[in-house]
Design a protein around this ligand. Structure first.
Ligand code: SF4
Length: 131
């Protein structure tokens, strides 16, 4: 079990990540203290929405991993970890939404757009089920 002190020691410092922009380094320094939340986690207390927001903003994934792993081991002492395999059957890449981050879509009528025939879609589904 990790201690509150370990969390405090693990709290990131700006010099830990000199590659990050200054704004991130400042944020890391000002929002890195989650020792009180760690105390609640180790005491088995329920976290509230404000705790959740602070954890969401906390920049040190290692801290979050330690706490999450502690909760997992407490709730499921059996050392077996499960996970979900997500599959998307992309039956078409034609889309009109135009999300700025998306490099997948083609607008209706644009070169490179496709919509798969039903047989291909069903074959993909069967393949996903067999995997
Ligand atoms: S992510 Fe791409 S495919 Fe999905 S809705 Fe946005 S633009 Fe369309």
């Amino acid at each position: 079990m990790i201690s509150r002190r370990e969390i405090a020691l693990a709290a990131p410092k700006a010099e830990d990540a000199p590659f990050l922009p200054t704004v991130n380094a400042t944020r890391r320094a000002s929002e890195s203290d989650i020792a009180d939340i760690a105390d609640k986690v180790f005491a088995g207390e329920r976290l509230d929405a404000a705790d959740g927001l602070r954890l969401f903003q906390h920049p040190n994934l290692g801290d979050l991993s330690l706490l999450a792993d502690h909760v997992r081991r407490t709730k499921n002492p059996d050392p077996r970890v499960t996970y979900v395999v997500g599959r998307n059957v992309n039956y078409t890449n034609v889309c009109w939404v135009r999300c700025s981050f998306c490099n997948f879509y083609r607008t209706p009528g644009q070169e490179g757009g496709y919509t798969l025939p039903q047989e291909t879609i069903f074959a993909k589904i069967v393949s996903c089920v067999k995997e």
